[in-house]
Write a protein that binds this ligand. Structure first.
Ligand SMILES: [Zn+2]
Length: 431
């Protein structure tokens, strides 16, 4: 099979190329005008061809809270949004993925239901230190911990000593610990039901202090650590200094922190933790992406049923659904800021693939999986939650006018048809 595009997005930039696929793998990259002979071919002309995106931060919630989201619905949404690999978070499903037995339960729930490839994070909670190495050996991408309450009782947070112990443990097998970084000592109960009350209860300083703690303990233990969903501009300078000092800490952000603002919040569809902050905060996050202090953009797709999104920001479920629309949301804003498709591919495919230890994913490169997306960057559409594959029709992007439409998504060389689940369950480092 050959897919040709004059705008094939590679790690070296946009190139006129013919992508030859054999056995689900990119067998060769040839000049656009010299495609190799093939049984099947698609010529996209000037329509860009992107690598399939890798979303390393998705809460699928199956088993246990499948009514919030499940593997079939989440992976259909992913494919429709140009995402060909997701990495599932260890909490909100039941049991949480905090030991190998729970990972097996999760993998059985996913088996045969996935329309894109799926890898898994494990969890680090108080009392499961001895499970971290077995989880690593079973192929999780790494282990996730919370430094503040997670929102679900079965996944408690680590305190400072627990964080140090978890980092010291993952350092013994050169694993990866990823952290939800808000310092609980600097969080408070919202003083009322309004968005301003909620935002005031989770200040930038809480994020910055927690990020500094992870940096300090990663430096002390030599472990590799990663900060999930950075929302606060105040975290950028500590992260930059850590990188300069050679501490092994990376960080990501999310579409909502880059494109939404506290000033425009209209209801609980916008609630997430850490919170969406003031518009002025976003510029620093975009600059940090441009200079590499933030390595990627991932959805933190964390749905619930609509009844939990009550119109009281103190009580509503915190989580934003955006798996299917993350690419156009980011592209619309990135383009307005002068970024190109190669930047978006670096942030939404290559970076997360490297973070999660998934060789063969995240780039259009000879030898990699032929996960490809035909993407029309100029076509516009209006988001209608009722038309998304997400299980529950809740989204802060409902009604938004966005640029960028996914035309076709290929998973290992085969177009996703939304009926036949061809996704594989991935283990870290495996091809
Ligand atoms: Zn999350």
């Amino acid at each position: 099979m050959v897919v040709r595009s004059r705008r094939t997005v590679t790690p070296e930039g946009e190139r006129p190329l013919a992508v030859a696929v054999r056995g689900g793998v990119i067998a060769a990259l040839r000049p656009y005008d010299e495609p190799p002979a093939a049984e099947e071919s698609a010529d996209l002309g000037d329509l860009p061809l992107l690598p399939g995106l890798v979303d390393s931060h998705v809460h699928v919630n199956e088993p246990g809270r499948t009514h919030w989201e499940g593997f079939a619905t989440a992976t259909r949404a992913a494919a429709a949004g140009g995402v060909t690999t997701i990495v599932d978070m260890p909490l909100n499903s039941l049991p949480p993925t905090v030991d190998v037995a729970a990972l097996d339960v999760k993998r059985k729930a996913a088996e045969g239901r996935c329309h894109v490839d799926v890898a898994f994070w494990g969890g680090a909670i108080p009392g499961n230190l001895a499970d971290l190495r077995p989880l690593h050996e079973a192929g999780v991408a790494g282990v996730k911990c919370f430094l503040s309450p997670s929102g679900v009782d079965e996944f408690p947070a680590l305190d400072r000593d627990g964080l140090r112990a978890a980092l010291a443990e993952v350092a013994t097998f050169d694993g990866l610990l990823i952290a939800h970084a808000e310092d609980p000592a600097l969080l408070s109960e919202p003083g009322g039901p309004a968005y301003g009350d909620f935002l005031g209860s989770r200040p930038q300083e809480a994020e910055r202090r927690a990020v500094e703690q992870v940096i300090e303990l990663a430096a002390e233990t030599g472990a590799r650590a990663h900060i999930v969903h950075v929302s606060a501009a105040a975290c950028v300078e500590p992260l930059r200094a850590a990188r300069t000092a050679g501490v092994r800490v990376t960080a990501e952000t999310c579409p909502h922190y880059l494109t939404l603002a506290a000033e425009q919040v209209t209801g609980p569809a916008y609630k997430c933790c850490p919170p969406i902050r003031e518009a002025a905060n976003r510029d620093a996050l975009w600059r940090a992406l441009a200079d590499g202090v933030l390595m990627g953009i991932v959805s933190d797709h964390s749905p619930s049923t609509p009844d939990l999104k009550v119109p009281d920001f103190a009580a509503a479920w915190g989580g934003i659904s955006s798996l299917q629309v993350g690419l156009p949301v980011v592209w619309t804003a990135a383009r307005a800021r002068g970024h190109g498709l190669a930047d978006v591919a670096r942030w939404m495919a290559e970076g997360p693939a490297r973070l999660a230890g998934l060789p063969g994913k995240g780039a259009i490169r000879e030898g990699d999986d032929a996960d490809l997306v035909a993407f029309d960057p100029d076509a516009e559409f209006t988001v209608d939650v009722a038309e998304l594959h997400h299980r529950n029709p809740v989204s802060p992007y409902h009604g938004a006018r966005l640029a960028g439409v996914v035309r076709t998504t290929w998973l290992r060389g085969t177009p996703v048809d939304f009926a036949t689940p061809r996704g594989r369950l991935l283990t870290r480092g495996a091809r």
